[in-house]
Design a protein around this ligand. Structure first.
Ligand SMILES: [Zn+2]
Length: 69
């Protein structure tokens, strides 16, 4: 069973999923918080917007307290 919200989410590609938890994210989330290759290493589901803004989304080695607060 899966919950589909096709009008909100983009195409079901790896670029629209969090690489950390596999959660589907809005296309824009990857563009804003992911790295230049379209990879998103953290999302609001497994991290926080505060950490995402500090680099959690594009830095796979991000550690709160080291790279952010
Ligand atoms: Zn995630």
């Amino acid at each position: 069973m899966s919950t589909e919200i096709p009008t909100v989410y983009g195409a079901d590609t790896i670029g629209n999923r969090c690489l950390n938890c596999g959660n589907r994210v809005l296309e824009g989330t990857v563009g804003v918080y992911g790295d230049n290759d379209g990879n998103l290493h953290a999302c609001p589901e497994c991290s926080t917007y505060r950490h995402l803004k500090q680099g959690a989304g594009w830095n796979p080695d991000f550690e709160p307290g080291v790279n952010g607060e």
